[in-house]
Design a protein around this ligand. Sequence first.
Ligand SMILES: [Zn+2]
Length: 435
Amino acid sequence: MGSISESATVPYRPTPADITLENHRPGDPAKILFQNVRILDSTGRLPYLGSVLIEGERVVAVGQVDPSATEGALIIDGEGRKTLMSGLIDAHTHLSWNNARNLDDLIKLPAEEHVLFTAHSAKTYLDCGYTMCFGAAAARPRLDIAVKASIKSGLIPGPRSLANAPEITTTGGAIAPSISRYADGPYEMRKAVREAIELGADNVKLSMTGDNFVDDMPSQDTYFTLEETVAAVEEAHNRGKRVCAHARSAASVKMCLVAGVDVIYHASFIDAEGMDLLERHKDSVFVAPTINLPIATCAGAAVPYGVTVELAEKQGLRHEVDVACTAMTEMHRRGIRMLPGGDYGFAWTPHGTYARDLQHFVTRFGYTPMESILAATALGGEMMGHPDELGKVQPGYYADVILVDGDPLADIAVLQDQEKLHAIVINGHVHKHVR
Ligand SMILES: [Zn+2]
């Protein structure tokens, strides 16, 4: 892409989007006391035994709770072994991906059914302990936006979310043509971003590269120019919106960093120059590797859908997984803010299996279980734009917590088992409580 100039980069913080919920309503307990729980507070401190008091939609006391403050509280007992922790984030959420067999089947569901499916995905996230979802493109223009509004009003259950619109791509560069918004050149980029903002999107998605999963569109191919990337980011940032990008190639990662993209997805083929640039920008950018889909495909999960392990190998997926895991291990070493999550909603990586990502961070990128949990909680609060209210169990934070029957530090996979989630509370509302 020629010489890289960082002059286009302006230190920037997107305006925090509205993540408030109105579902603390009459009938919800005024107070909830978690007692005798192992508190994993996401400050980095090791779990310790204590109590957590919730009042209304917020956590008000953690550790020692004044008994006189707990009168009338719903009491949930952890029996000294259950772990109370923040709800999780999926950093690359597609609520409207409908467990299809391929990208173009994502739109084959009629619109009415698609709305219901998207609402159901949102509930599934919450059922799995996910209280934060960072939208990474919708299959129809307003699906994320409508579902977010319905969750906010209490009409349907779901996580706090940042909504996205259809992903923006260039002519000839669409990996999912039927669900893409096309734009070529800086002026059309600006218009496409403005359209997403007009719809009500919190996030804008750029699909900048190929994807080994798609025939004749290798992951190393780059379909955006720097000029287009800069125009899209400038337009979004002018309106306080975040930009995330499907960026698998080395060139695309550098364009993202120069242009000021907020969230880089995949980054599999990042080169040495890109890695150094990323490190220099580590306080203003997040990376979500979104590695589960290629890992699952290489492991044969897609065989029932016609993608054999041999085909996955031929498509370059195994090579990409190998290269990406090496890159992510190096990013971890350099302190890049990496978050789990991503691309759930295909037939062999269906909704409900999200927490596999936390395990991949441990087994593939060299994270400790604690680091993986911090990435899925505290960093989630940062990515959602509310680091002082989301992602930790601390006084003043929103009461978005899960009670796990087990020790996720001893076995990170316990978070994949919905039956081990004995309580799920969001905004002080009890979504689930197993007695
Ligand atoms: Zn995606």
